[in-house]
Design a protein around this ligand. Structure first.
Ligand SMILES: Nc1ncnc2c1ncn2[C@@H]1O[C@H](COP(=O)(O)OP(=O)(O)OP(=O)(O)O)[C@@H](O)[C@H]1O
Ligand SMILES: [Mg+2]
Length: 377
């Protein structure tokens, strides 16, 4: 048997409460009534109604105040405001503040039934949306757990065994067999990296990350990121030049995640640059922000690719030989930067190079700087 719908009517006019109760009782629902805002809010907590009819003009706590309270406590609650003809403009105002609809006084039983049915339909849609959102969230979390446990562990074991096997067979392998083992290792590394990146995409949880924020020096973050990307740059004889402006205010953030962003961006600059070139990384204060730019003279990015570059699994057309990846680095980076209330943009010219700029809000007031000296790779 389907549960009856629960309706709450909040109105200071007894005649309105009585007539509405009569009409709605015939619509097979349970009706609770309150003669003022305070009582209405109390009843709302006790009965958790599907739909609330709320008079805007009441002595004491006004309808607007009650609406504000309801919105604050139950953002998905469907509220229909009841109002006189003279106050249609305030009804519109109430809708702007989150009411679903309004019912002008006086109204006929048929008008009440009609708006009641529409309100309930909307309530049902809202409930479905909430349930779907919850289901999606659970799927995401479960999936992350499945991927991490069911795929990462066996692949890690395969990788280890492969390394051991290559060492054991070192003297016995022909050149072509050694080459084959080498390619197997690369493919496995790529696969593990893909799983890692994918897990990052799923797990960059805005609320969790924000909980770990503290004021930090972008110069320190930059220093760590360069340390990580340096070996790759050295292999390609690429010079990474870092310039840190002074004074440099701190930014509020998560050090690990911001380092990951810079490793992605500088790592890309190295990956998509030609050997013996130079990458310029600059960090400086600009107004109330800290600006970080990474400029390379590499392959550049086609104009058609630019709008999609920060989306999941998107890779550009210009891929120099040996540049492997899964198109997730920039997507993860953008997510992290946005959690920090910052922005990330790119300008590029195919064949000439690209410049990525990250803007982060500075911690006010600009108190201290923590520069690292200009360094050359
Ligand atoms: N500095 C750069 N120069 C030229 N192209 C770039 C640069 N940075 C990014 N791109 C382009 O943007 C695409 C997306 O970059 P992203 O970092 O998201 O993925 P990826 O480097 O391909 O793989 P990974 O997930 O390993 O980072 C790249 O495939 C590349 O085409
Ligand atoms: Mg990348």
């Amino acid at each position: 048997m389907l549960a009856k719908s629960k309706i709450l009517i909040i109105d200071d006019e007894e005649v309105v409460l009585d007539s509405c109760t009569q009409v709605l009782a015939g619509a097979d629902c349970v009706v609770a009534t309150a003669g003022n805002g305070v009582q209405g809010l109390k009843l709302m907590e006790e009965t958790t109604p599907d739909l609330v009819f709320l008079d805007l003009k009441m002595p004491g706590l006004s309808g607007f105040e009650v609406l504000g309270e309801i919105r604050g406590r139950h953002p998905d609650m469907v509220v229909i405001v009841i109002t006189g003809y003279a106050t249609v403009s305030s009804a519109v105002e109430a809708m702007k503040k989150g009411a679903f609809d309004f019912l002008p006084k006086p109204f006929t039983p048929e008008e009440l039934r009609l708006i009641f049915r529409r309100g309930l339909e909307h309530h049902s849609l809202v409930q479905q949306t909430v349930a779907l959102r919850r289901e999606k969230e659970m799927l995401r979390e479960n999936f992350a757990a499945i991927v991490s446990h069911e795929l990462k562990a066996p692949l890690g074991a395969i990788q280890q065994n492969l390394y051991a096997l290559t060492e054991d067979l070192a003297d016995k392998l022909s050149d072509s067999q050694r080459d084959l083992f080498g390619r197997l290792k690369i493919r496995l590394d790529d696969l593990l990296k893909l799983i890692h990146s994918w897990l990052r995409i799923i797990s960059v949880d805005v609320n969790q990350l924000k909980g770990t924020f503290s004021p930090l020096s972008v110069a320190d973050v930059l220093s760590k990121a360069i340390e990580t990307t340096q070996p790759h740059a050295t292999r390609k004889a690429i010079e990474i030049q870092a310039i840190v402006g002074e004074p440099l205010p701190r930014v509020n953030g998560d050090e690990g995640s911001l380092t990951e962003v810079l490793v992605n961006i500088i790592g890309n600059a190295v990956k998509y640059s030609f050997p013996h070139s130079k990458i310029r990384v600059r960090v400086e204060a600009q107004g109330a922000q800290v600006l970080l730019s990474v400029a390379d003279t590499g392959v550049g990015i086609a104009k058609d690719d630019l709008p999609f570059l920060f989306q999941d699994f998107v890779r550009g057309q210009a891929q120099p030989g040996g540049a492997t990846g899964c198109g997730l680095g920039l997507a993860i980076s953008r997510r992290i930067v946005e959690v920090h209330d910052g922005s990330i943009t790119v300008e590029s010219e195919p064949g000439k190079g690209s410049t990525f700029v990250i803007c982060l809000p500075a911690v006010p007031p600009a108190t201290e700087s923590n520069p690292i000296p200009e360094r050359k790779a």
